[in-house]
Each structure stands twice: as C-alpha cells, then as structure tokens.
Design a protein around this ligand. Structure first.
Ligand SMILES: Nc1ncnc2c1ncn2[C@@H]1O[C@H](COP(=O)(O)OP(=O)(O)OP(=O)(O)O)[C@@H](O)[C@H]1O
Ligand SMILES: [Mg+2]
Length: 360
C-alpha cells in the first residue's frame, strides 16, 4: 500500500487461512525519497509530458514495491510460504470518480516479473465502472475483522485523506471519506519548515486555531455533501488553502497548522457524531499514520467526550498495518472470486470482484 500522503510503502505478508482472523507474518516499510515524492506530487495536477512521466514513475514504483515484497518474503524465513498473490494498490495520481476514473500508478506486469508472483492491481476501476466512487474500499475488510454484535464501532483511517467506516449493530456497514487527515498538515509543514510531517502534532500545538480561517475551510462543499462521497488532492491542496485569502500567509505559520489540525478534528467529529446519533457506548478506533498524532487524538477525545477513542491496536491490528492488510485482504477476495466493494458505501449498483490480475 502506498497512499495519498505520498510518504512511502507499507507492506504486510499475511496468512488468510482464517479470513476473519488474518495473521500478519511479516511487515515492512519503505519511505519514498524526497525526489520521488516530489515527482509523484507533480503528477497529481496537470503538467507537460504526463504520459511519459507516469509510465516511468510506474516502473520506478514497481521496482520499490518488488523490493518490499522481497523483504517480506525474506523475513518469513527459509522455506517461506506459498504466496497466492501480491495485492498492490498503486500510487493514486488522480481520483475523479464523477468523471468515471481513478488512476493509480503501478506496472503490474513488471511487478509480476520482478517477484515471480501473481499481482493484483487496479482495485478501484471496477467499482467506478458500476457507478460507485471507487472509494473507500476498506470498509468490507473492517466489517470482516472489527464488527461487534452489540457495540457500535467506527474505524477511522487517518492517511492523507480520512475515511470512516460505520459498524453499527443491526445496520448494513457504511462508510465515506470525511475530508483531509494529514495531507494539508504535511504540505504546510513541508512548505514552512521543510519537514515531511508534524511529528505528534507538536508544531500545531505551538499555534492557535484561527476561527475565521477554520470557518472558511469548513465551508468547502465536500463537507456538506451526503455519502457516498470520496475525495483527494483534487479537492484539498495547498493552493486551495491559499485561495482562502492572502491573509493566510500573514498568519503565524504555526497558527495555520493548528487550524489545519482542527479542520481534520472537527470534520471527523461531525461525521462521527452524525453517524452515532441514537447509539450509546460508541467506540472509535483510529488507524493510519495520523493515529500517531497525539494532538489530533487529544482533540478528537475533547470534541467527542461521549465516544471511547482508541486505536485498532486494541482490536489486534497495529494502526500502521491496517491499510496494507486491507489490500492484502482485497487481493485474497479477488483470488476467492468474492466482491470486494460494499455498494452501500461506494454507491455502486452492485458488488464487484475488484482488481486486475497479472500472472507471473
Ligand atoms: N508520529 C507521527 N505523528 C504525526 N503524524 C504522523 C506520524 N507518523 C505518521 N504520521 C502521518 O501519517 C502519514 C502517513 O500515514 P499513512 O501511511 O497511513 O497514510 P497514506 O500513505 O495516505 O495511506 P492511505 O491513503 O492508505 O490512508 C504521514 O504523512 C504523516 O502525516
Ligand atoms: Mg503511507
């Protein structure tokens, strides 16, 4: 898995003999170099010679994905395991479901050649072809692992974008993107301090939320839209932040960071509280890199005193492994011929067996 944060690759090797209780046998991470990150970021908006740059980056990425696969297999030890398939999400550079596409960079044939394994990629197109958003795709996996018969549970993935899964007793599983999680905070600290991300939310904690800026950010039409809905860098970018007014750049930069953290917290809290209305004893479990943002967790707890806020580690899956494991699970579903999307989540007309298969 490599997500919208553009921070790098997260990999797991998992045993799905018991699908609802997968066992992680190995895990590996590979950060992107500053240059690769910047080349990928350049491709998320229109520019010259895009086709050639996209094809070349797909090759570069596939070499890195293959290195992660090799590291995972090595960790599993001699004798190894018969690997059924590599599930590889690829790197999203455009997400435009309303126009009928979502584009992830990966060269599946090259990855199959480099690993000698079956490779499954392009998980989103099938759902979009059936009229869905192509996102979020992880709720089916959350449902399989984390649902409780009587306790209302919500799973919040804090990647570049935040996506929420609602596991409410007696109700079909739902979910949607709630807006930005880390991508604006990452972008702003990168611009101002040259850092990849705000560790622990420490820099945001030095600033003060600016109410007028926050209100102007919360006025983005995405927050008012009803589900099914998904979003990406097309909606939330530094250019959009700066278009809020020239005064953004005249504020102390740490105040802008504090406001961006509050934007994530408020938009998430609003979505959680709307979903949980009428339920008591709801539990919210955080995953993704943003689960390590101490300040963000603190704000979520303050904004939602009625909800127990924990991490998926409490449910047996470390926060950093959930997304990678979800795409391994989706690859498993593809091999089993099972639908991977949930129409109630994505808005697709029907369930779809997701992913394109490249044989080695
Ligand atoms: N210690 C930390 N403190 C604060 N934020 C962190 C920390 N560690 C990681 N992060 C944030 O998490 C981000 C990476 O999270 P993750 O890999 O889950 O997101 P992603 O790549 O966008 O994945 P996806 O799109 O699948 O959700 C980083 O860019 C950073 O913003
Ligand atoms: Mg990541």
């Amino acid at each position: 898995m490599s997500g919208t944060s553009l921070d790098g690759i997260d990999g797991v090797l998992a045993d799905f003999s018991r699908p609802a209780r997968p066992v992680v046998l190995a895990q590996a991470q590979r950060p992107f170099s500053v240059d690769l990150r910047s080349d990928l970021l350049d491709l998320t908006h229109p520019g010259v010679n895009e086709l050639e740059r996209a094809a070349r980056l797909s090759q570069t990425l596939s070499t890195l994905y293959a290195e992660v696969v090799h590291e995972l297999v090595q960790q599993a030890g001699p004798g190894g395991f018969p690997v059924a398939a590599v599930g590889c999400h690829g790197q999203t550079v455009r997400h435009r479901p309303e126009q009928g596409f979502s584009l992830q960079l990966v060269n599946g044939a090259l990855l199959a050649e480099l690993t000698g394994m079956a490779v499954i990629t392009d998980f989103r197109s099938g759902d979009i072809a059936a009229g869905g958003q192509g996102a979020p795709l992880v709720p089916a996996f959350h449902d399989a692992l984390f649902r409780h018969a009587s306790i209302p549970r919500l799973i919040l993935n804090l990647g570049g974008i935040a996506n929420l899964t609602l596991l409410l007793p007696g109700q079909v599983t739902r979910g949607h993107d709630t807006g930005p999680a880390n991508l604006l905070m990452d972008g702003w600290i990168g611009r101002c301090l040259g850092q990849a991300f705000d560790r622990g939310g420490d820099w945001a904690a030095q600033g003060r939320c600016h109410p007028a800026l926050l209100e102007s950010l919360l006025a983005h039409p995405f927050f008012q839209r009803s589900a099914p809905k998904s979003t990406g860098r097309e909606d939330f970018s530094l250019e959009w932040l700066e278009s809020r007014g020239a005064w953004v750049s005249s504020l102390p930069p740490e105040d802008v960071q504090a406001t961006l953290l509050e934007l994530t917290a408020r938009s998430v809290a609003e979505a959680v509280q709307t979903a949980c209305r009428g339920y008591e004893g709801a539990e919210l479990y955080l995953c993704g890199g943003g689960a390590l943002n101490v300040q963000l967790t603190k704000r979520l707890r303050t904004l939602m005193p009625e909800v127990r806020v924990g991490r998926t580690d409490d449910l047996g899956v470390p926060a950093q492994q959930v997304e990678a494991l979800a795409f391994a699970w989706l690859a498993w579903a593809r091999v089993q011929g099972k639908a991977g999307n949930l129409p109630a989540v994505t808005g697709a007309r029907h369930g779809v067996v997701l992913g394109a298969l490249y044989s080695p």
